[in-house]
Design a protein around this ligand. Structure first.
Ligand code: ACO
Length: 361
């Protein structure tokens, strides 16, 4: 056994398969590239939840719009104490106020929550009033509108929609496993999603994209990518956006997002030079990691192009993990329902390696 439970099968799932050797992600019978940019987030959420609630519609658009309006009522609870916290901590606190349950309405509220609360927190932290949801818009369009108080372009909406679909589910990653453990106790979907969000927050999981912007800015300032990267590795730092526990080849999500980033950069207000610079940094990191860790296959992961995409959409880096949660929450809910409906209480064993009581002579 290894400390990180590598290769331990802890669940049977119909939801997604991460084929690490071939760099392939399958979601409910579809390859990622058949979904990302092809189907809306609302369609993919319905696909993930199909069979886990009675009568899930094929597209969850109007239902999710109504849920955004419902959860917006909680935004009035945004007090200054919460606004002093990071966006992900404020999001966690606000989501914690939603009631627990196992029904479709709870699932919809939880899926609306990261979208509505993140936009409100980001605006409030910069002294702007929250913008109420528009239930008639698609989820991605409304997220950008709530963030900016103005409509986003079709290219921006498509880019965010592609992102949400790309990250909606990914096998038994740390946050999904955390959600399934909590769901297995029958604590309810809100508790399971909060467990997922708490695990996602860490820099080794969903907390990486913010520091990626710091890395790109640091390298741009130093004007010497190679020296900056080598210094970081000499300090023992990990280079954010590279390496993956399962993928031995390139993360297919990185390619889906790179294409979306390139499309955005080609728009009238796009920043093609930023993307070109990031590609140069990516190649420098890959070359150096190959030389430094010859026995490992450390490739670009989903977070590298996530950082560029969310930066281009004007999300502040401190809120990047919250945007990840906007997509992944659909997967947490599906896994939580799958665990509750077909699984048992998750209760692994540990091996005791501490001292034994001394036997009195
Ligand atoms: N930069 C530098 N070295 C690295 C990196 C990296 N990004 N990733 C792994 N390594 C090194 C480790 O130091 C280790 O070296 P060693 O064997 O000489 O000690 C070796 O590669 C293997 O590392 P592990 O810790 O066994 O790899 P693990 O599978 O646990 O880690 C992880 C995967 C956490 C993603 C790791 O690659 C990492 O820290 N990456 C940077 C953070 C990141 O990008 N996180 C987002 C991941 S994607 C997601 O969660 C959605």
């Amino acid at each position: 056994m290894t400390n990180g439970l590598d290769d331990v099968i802890a669940a049977d799932t119909v939801l997604s398969e991460v084929d690490g050797e071939n760099g392939r992600l399958i979601i409910r019978g579809f390859d990622l590239d058949q979904l990302a940019g092809q189907k809306t987030f609302e369609e993919v959420a319905a696909l993930l939840w199909d069979g886990f609630f009675p009568d899930v519609p094929q597209v969850l658009a109007s239902e999710l719009g109504a849920a955004r309006v419902r959860v917006f009522q909680e935004v009035s609870g945004l007090d200054t104490g919460l606004l002093d916290r990071s966006p992900v901590e404020a999001l966690r606190a606000l989501m914690g106020r939603l009631p627990d349950g196992d029904d479709l309405q709870t699932a919809l509220n939880l899926t609306a929550a990261p979208a509505v609360f993140t936009a409100a927190v980001v605006r409030a932290q910069s002294g702007q009033a929250p913008v109420a949801p528009d239930a008639t818009l698609g989820h991605a369009a409304d997220i950008l509108r709530m963030l900016r108080n103005s409509p986003a372009s079709p290219a921006e909406i498509a880019a965010l929609d592609t992102y949400l679909t790309t990250v909606c589910d990914h096998g038994l990653n740390a946050s999904t496993f955390a959600a399934r453990v909590v769901a297995s106790t029958q604590a309810g979907l809100t508790s399971a999603a909060l467990a997922g969000l708490s695990a996602l927050k860490g820099p080794l999981h969903g907390g990486a994209p913010g520091p990626i912007i710091d890395m790109l800015d640091g390298i741009a300032e130093s004007q010497d990518a190679k020296a900056w990267i080598l210094e970081a590795l000499d300090r023992g730092d990990r280079l954010m956006g590279f390496g993956h526990r399962v993928y031995q080849v390139r993360d297919p999500r990185a390619d889906a997002l790179k294409a979306a980033v390139q499309r955005l950069a080609a728009e009238p207000n796009g920043r093609p030079s930023r993307v070109a610079f990031a590609e140069t940094v990516e190649q420098a990191v890959l070359d150096i990691l190959k030389a430094r860790k010859p026995g490992r296959s450390l490739q670009t992961n989903v977070e590298f192009y996530t950082a560029l995409l969310l930066e281009a959409l004007a999300f502040p880096p401190a809120a990047f993990t919250c945007v990840f949660a906007m997509g992944r929450v659909a997967g947490w809910i599906a896994h939580a329902r799958e665990q509750v409906t077909g699984g048992r209480l998750i209760r692994p064993a540990s091996r005791y390696v501490g001292p034994w009581p001394k036997i009195a002579a």
